[in-house]
Design a protein around this ligand. Structure first.
Ligand SMILES: Nc1ncnc2c1ncn2[C@@H]1O[C@H](COP(=O)(O)OP(=O)(O)O)[C@@H](O)[C@H]1O
Ligand SMILES: [Mg+2]
Length: 595
């Protein structure tokens, strides 16, 4: 999926942003200190043209060298003052934004992990990483400086304006009338430039996440011989980015040329007017002229910044929106406030008239009821896509049923604290996900407190120890990206060991032995078979022979449990199970076995 940041076409909604106000309020004192610093440093820069005027009109005019030295010292102190102010402000900004980034990352990640699986299925991993690495810091540095971002630009325009009014109020009118030209110019080019950078960012991100996806699936790309195609696709995407970079360059060029023209026209006429006042009318001193020109430059710069302020804020709101998109997701699986602790589990599982579909149009389970006794060994069988994995998802509460209830030891799963419940469940998924780490660490993931001996014992039960010891580095062998250095069957056995090392009360095996030989499958199931009711074992498998000894077999058909019973009972029923069995073993063998 592409994960382009949505262009800010929607109007920013203040109410939405106010949800983040506690972050801004957290460092309110620092924000106010920042504002004061920036006002002070602005005040310093405002005084310096005036000092220049005094230098010309009084120190030079009266040949007063003492005054000159005094003014020079005052100017130097002003400059220091201004510098210290702006550096302290930057330090405070860094402090606030770093702390906020840390806090927001924690909140964001906590929220992300709490979201349901379905949310992750619809998005790429790259997108979440991008939000975490780039949008969260973008948001926090914006929020961490929001007060002075909003207020100080106004002051940086007001200061020089005050200076101009103080020196010559008629000239102030000219300056105020001229500033809209500069504002219009910077607005026009600013908008085009920002629009372009937004497109560039969206494209860049899309291209990046596509590239990550393809490189991650390198085996697939190679197997299909698509290397050249992928490289071509990547490069043609890069060409798009290069074109965008050129367009941005041209906007900058035109903006520079036109602003040069406007500036020189303005400064030219300004020079003529001021010269006229000094020489012809004679009512203005040289010092005033110099100070006025300095103030005008300050005013124009401030006006330019002010004109871009709204757009600037909109830009800063792009990452804020993207962070809120996640924080506002609230279809989480929630525990009630008074959730009860499950305590040590007996292992009784039940679905009561459970209906469920991943989407409204596609119901998967229809009023399924089933009952699994604690300490028993049961099997779920049925064709692929019928909903076996879905039942496991519901038993683990990765999803909540649309109707009906899941019961654990007779208590509704919805009422239980999830984490202590899941800690007592071992699951081996259809695909075994291994981390790029050693075999030892991959098994230990199931139970971070497990001792080496427990890890080895789990590996033995999973029929994995033999192959692990035959590897040159044994348990310390690295399994490679997603475990790609091992065979599918080896991965599965490590997955089983990882589930066993938890010492679960309930063990769910979802086609966990599909990549093993039938001998190895039988051996593992025999080893796991609960003997002293210490474990409830639920197995999904396509090989009926492997679960022949199960205490109970549930046959799924068209979203319902069509048949249930022991192997012998189901064979005698001559129903769906019988047909499945016959298709695997042939009718003759079945009859022979029955005899
Ligand atoms: N995350 C998902 N989102 C949407 N549909 C899904 C998802 N997972 C499975 N399905 C659909 O639900 C149905 C049952 O899937 P599943 O329980 O995995 O079947 P199986 O019996 O092979 O384990 C299938 O039709 C499948 O397409
Ligand atoms: Mg499945």
């Amino acid at each position: 999926m592409s994960s382009a940041p949505s262009a800010v076409t929607k109007r920013p909604s203040l109410r939405r942003y106010l949800k983040l106000r506690h972050y801004a309020l957290r460092y309110l004192d620092i924000q106010i200190a920042m504002l004061i610093c920036s006002l002070l440093s602005g005040f310093g820069s405002m005084l310096s043209p005036y000092l220049t005027k005094l230098t010309f009109d009084f120190a030079y005019a009266n040949r007063d060298w003492q005054l000159l030295v005094a003014l020079a010292v005052a100017g130097f102190v002003m400059m220091l003052f201004s510098q210290v102010g702006s550096n302290v402000q930057q330090y405070l900004q860094l402090y606030a934004s770093q702390n906020l980034t840390f806090a927001m990352r924690a909140d964001f990640l906590r929220h992300l992990y709490s979201l349901p699986l379905s949310f992750f299925h619809a998005r790429s991993t790259g997108e979440h990483i991008y939000r975490l690495n780039s949008d969260v810091p973008g948001t926090s540095s914006f929020i961490g400086g929001i007060v002075s971002t909003l207020i100080s630009p106004f002051f940086s325009a007001i200061y020089p304006l005050l200076g101009i009014i103080w020196l010559d109020w008629r000239f102030a009118i000219v300056a105020v009338v001229a500033t809209p030209i500069f504002i219009a110019h910077s607005r026009y080019f600013g908008r085009r430039q920002r629009e372009l950078s937004r497109v560039t960012m969206a494209e860049g991100q899309r291209i990046e996440s596509e590239a990550i996806d393809r490189i991650a699936q390198i085996k697939m790309v190679k197997a299909f011989g698509h290397e050249k195609r992928e490289i071509r696709a990547y490069l043609s995407n890069q060409i798009k980015l290069i074109r965008l970079a050129y367009r941005s360059y041209w906007i900058r060029i035109w903006s520079g040329i036109s602003s040069g023209i406007i500036d020189s026209l303005f400064q030219g006429s300004l020079g003529l007017y001021l010269g006229y006042r000094v020489v012809v009318v004679g009512d203005m001193t040289v010092g005033t002229v110099i100070a006025l020109s300095m103030y005008v430059v300050q005013l124009i710069n401030a006006a330019r910044r002010l004109s871009g302020l709204y757009q600037d804020i909109l830009n800063h709101l792009v990452p804020v929106d993207r962070v809120l998109d996640i924080l506002e997701q609230d279809n989480r699986i929630k525990e009630p406030l008074n959730a009860t602790s499950p305590g040590p589990l007996q292992g009784a599982l039940a679905l009561r008239e459970v209906s469920f579909g991943y989407s409204a149009e596609n119901p998967v389970l229809k009023e399924v009821s089933l009952e699994i006794e604690p300490g028993s060994f049961v099997a779920l069988v049925g064709p692929s896509g019928i909903g076996k994995t879905t039942i496991f998802n519901l038993l683990l509460r990765l999803y909540d049923p649309d109707c009906g209830e899941v019961l654990i030891d007779g208590k509704p799963l919805k009422q239980l604290q999830l984490s202590p419940f899941r800690q007592q469940v071992g699951i081996v998924l259809q695909e075994t996900y291994l981390f790029n780490d050693t075999i030892h660490e991959n098994i230990r993931y199931g139970n971070p407190n497990a001792s080496d001996e427990e890890i080895h014992q789990a590996a033995r039960q999973a029929d994995a120890e033999e192959f692990i010891q035959s590897l040159p580095e044994g348990y310390e062998t690295k399994v490679g990206e997603s475990g790609c250095l091992l065979s599918a069957g080896q991965r599965q056995r490590i997955g089983i060991a990882r589930a066993l090392v938890r010492r679960p009360s309930i063990l769910l095996l979802d086609e966990a032995t599909a990549s093993l030989s039938s001998t190895s499958e039988a051996k593992i199931l025999e080893a796991l078979r609960p003997r002293e009711r210490e474990l409830t074992l639920v197995v999904v498998t396509h090989r009926l022979a492997a679960v022949r000894n199960a205490d109970r077999i549930f046959v799924l058909h068209e979203g319902r449990i069509a048949e249930e019973g022991t192997h012998a009972y189901l064979l005698a029923q001559e129903g769906i199970y019988r047909k499945l069995w016959d298709s695997q073993f042939g009718e003759k063998e079945t009859r022979a076995a029955e005899l």
